[in-house]
Write a new protein. Structure first.
Ligand SMILES: [Zn+2]
Length: 419
């Protein structure tokens, strides 16, 4: 049966006593009624409801029915019935008290109304059309593209910022918001609708502002605040190219204000860190970044010098003991990745096997002239001491969890090579 939608008469109604027209509990009962079954849930059909079912890009309302939590609300387009999926449980006898999660609903009312204002302004000021809409939990996206009669070919950031300011001016003007229900599309299309209406059932048209010259007028089944002042704030966060359109992410109402207050605190902290006022923050960050870049370059040059000098010492040590089969060299301040660079400078010139050990981590870089093959030694022996790593015949890295394991690994290599 068709469910009476109480929110259409009073969008501020937060609770109501409603009669259950039917309750579907088993998978069989759901199947017979053509409703999807979900484990641990049952479906309640009501004679009237305060819950907005999912539709028109707006998520459904949540709350409780007879004390049971509502999980989702959907409408059956053919019959007009509204199905409320609630957690499985016992419903009380008699009329059921239906209570909205009001904060969620009011968020949606603020958001949807904010979206109308933004879409209406894009259309009237620049001839830019809303081609798609999605409402998430705390944000919305709208896909915009210039219409055929538009004088703009591209939606610039300047345009977006202009609309954002005009949208907030519409909030301050506290324009009335009304929903009008029409019996035929001809009657509905006589209003200055933003998009011509192409359906004949349940036509509702939302007007923002004066009915004769509205800021926006559009067919919409969603829920909206009764005056634009209740939105508080509208922000347009970002624009991304999407299938040849511009996808804008926007916020309106509580979530926009919450973000703005949070961002203000972040901004204050970052400004303090850079000893800057907000307008000069980016310039100060750029300067700090440039300084860091110079320091990184200096460090790179210094390291290159150190590695060249260490390579010289290593080659001299190799030359002094051409018959040595294994030697360990310790480097307190060089990291394992520095030692890999060092290994590159001396590989192919090492007699036997050299292990370069980092003082920064329990890692070793093996280097040889290819015999013994370094990678193979790591693969065969490192895992015996919970180590891992790898490399090629000329050099390989072995990584351990502790210095003790690394020492055991090096001992083993020495014994192995003595044979
Ligand atoms: Zn709407």
């Amino acid at each position: 049966m068709k469910t009476e939608r109480l929110y259409q008469k009073d969008v501020y109604l937060r609770e109501a006593l409603c009669e259950a027209a039917a309750v579907y509990r088993t998978p069989e009962e759901h199947a017979a009624a053509g409703i999807k079954f979900r484990e641990g849930a049952m479906t309640v059909e009501l004679d009237r409801t305060v819950f907005f079912p999912e539709g028109g890009g707006q998520p459904c309302d949540l709350g409780t029915i007879g004390g049971l939590r509502v999980l989702d609300v959907k409408e059956d387009k053919a019959s007009g019935a509204v199905y409320h999926r609630v957690e499985a449980g016992e419903l009380p006898e008699g009329p059921l008290l239906c209570v909205l999660d009001w904060q969620r609903r009011f968020d949606h009312m603020q958001m949807h109304c904010g979206e109308h204002i933004v879409s209406g302004l894009f259309r009237s000021v620049y001839g830019i059309e809303n081609r798609g809409f999605h409402m998430g939990d705390d944000y919305m996206t709208i896909d915009m593209a210039p219409g055929e009669d538009s004088e703009v070919s591209e939606i610039t950031d300047e345009i977006v910022r202009d609309i954002e300011m005009k949208a907030n001016e519409a909030v301050w003007a506290d324009l009335p918001v009304s929903t009008v229900y029409f019996d035929t599309r001809e009657e509905a299309n006589a209003s200055p609708v933003r998009k011509k209406i192409k359906f004949d059932e349940d036509i509702s048209v939302v007007f923002i502002g004066d009915r004769e010259a509205p800021l926006d007028c559009c067919a919409c089944c969603g829920t909206h605040v009764s005056g634009t002042g209740q939105i508080g704030l509208i922000t347009i966060l970002k624009g991304e190219n999407y299938k040849g359109m511009l996808r804008l992410t926007m916020k309106a109402g509580r979530h926009a204000v919450k973000d703005a207050l949070r961002d203000e605190q972040i901004m204050l902290r970052v400004c303090r860190r850079y000893s800057a006022e907000a307008p000069e923050l980016e310039a100060k960050m750029d300067a700090a970044e440039a300084k860091n870049g110079l320091m990184r370059k200096e460090l790179y040059d210094l390291k290159k010098d150190i590695l060249a000098s260490e390579a010289g010492k290593l080659l001299a040590a190799f030359a002094s003991e051409p018959d040595r089969r294994f030697a360990v060299y310790e480097y307190p301040i060089l990291s394992a990745s520095d030692l890999q660079d060092l290994a590159h400078l001396v590989e192919k010139k090492a007699p036997g096997l050299a292990a370069l050990v980092s003082g920064k981590s329990p890692d070793a870089v093996l280097v040889s002239s290819g015999d013994p093959a370094c990678g193979q030694l790591v693969r065969e022996y490192a895992s015996m001491y919970k180590g891992k790593g790898g490399g090629n015949a000329l050099q390989a890295r072995a990584i351990f969890g502790s210095r003790e394991d690394l020492a055991l690994f090096l001992d083993l290599l020495e014994k192995h090579l003595r044979r």
